[in-house]
Design a protein around this ligand. Structure first.
Ligand code: SF4
Ligand code: SF4
Length: 225
């Protein structure tokens, strides 16, 4: 078992330690297929709508800069930056193997090493910039698109389509935010995330169950209550 779980993280053990765990059910600390399907569906429909709207703007303007910038940003954020800045501190990243098997970025290659300690301030700032870009760039571009369509005398159908895309994207952003806030942030074992809302007592209990994490968190100055 240790060969698949080199840091002895309880998230990746065979489940025996969960039997006497007093925080069982308080965290999404094991892989959960049902939850993953729901999250991935919300996430992919949001990105697909973003790309479709950016494609519409590009086709109308005959200029593909916005969609190109976004495609590069999405690739860099999800394949390189977020895995390094945030995921490499997550217990789900500690499993041995080249592919990530967590409940959200399932299947992403793990190109970084696991870091059992908490995220640092510079990492947090960079993550907020990178994550903020991939989440808010489409809506800002869509609003810009409406402005361009209106001022370039687009047809009524084109203008209504652009406004419709903007509205749909906004609703999706709110839905995704509600799902993440309501179902992920208060139960996610990646305590390094700026949005993590797991109560300190549960956070401490999880860290105490995982000696390698405990040592790294205490070394960084974290006080377990
Ligand atoms: S915190 Fe660890 S031991 Fe407790 S339920 Fe979650 S995975 Fe199991
Ligand atoms: S931080 Fe989220 S996306 Fe990254 S490994 Fe952990 S659960 Fe997966």
């Amino acid at each position: 078992m240790k060969s698949k779980n080199p840091y002895s993280i309880c998230t990746w053990d065979d489940g025996n330690s969960c039997k006497d765990c007093n925080i069982e059910g308080s965290l999404i600390c094991k892989t959960d297929k049902k939850f993953r399907k729901k999250f991935v569906f919300h996430h992919l429909t949001f990105r697909a709508t973003a790309f479709l709207g950016l494609f519409l703007i590009g086709a109308f303007m005959q200029n593909w800069v916005l969609i190109t910038i976004y495609a590069i940003g999405v690739f860099l954020n999800f394949a390189v930056l977020e895995p390094r800045l945030l995921c490499s501190h997550c217990p789900f990243y500690a499993e041995k193997g080249f592919f990530l098997r967590c409940n959200t970025l399932y299947g992403m290659p793990k190109i970084w090493r696991y870091r059992p300690g908490p995220i640092t301030k510079p990492e947090m700032i960079l993550q907020l910039i990178s994550g903020g870009f991939v989440d808010f760039f489409p809506i800002a571009s869509f609003i810009y698109g409406i402005f361009v369509f209106y001022n370039s005398h687009a047809t009524a159908v084109e203008l209504i389509s652009m406004i419709g895309f903007t509205f749909i994207l906004l609703v999706m952003m709110i839905q995704l935010h509600q799902t993440i806030k309501g179902e992920v942030c208060s139960k996610c074992p990646n305590f390094s995330c700026a949005m993590n809302k797991v109560p300190k007592s549960i956070r401490d209990a999880y860290i105490k169950r995982n000696p390698i994490m405990k040592e790294a968190w205490e070394k960084s100055g974290y006080k377990i209550g």
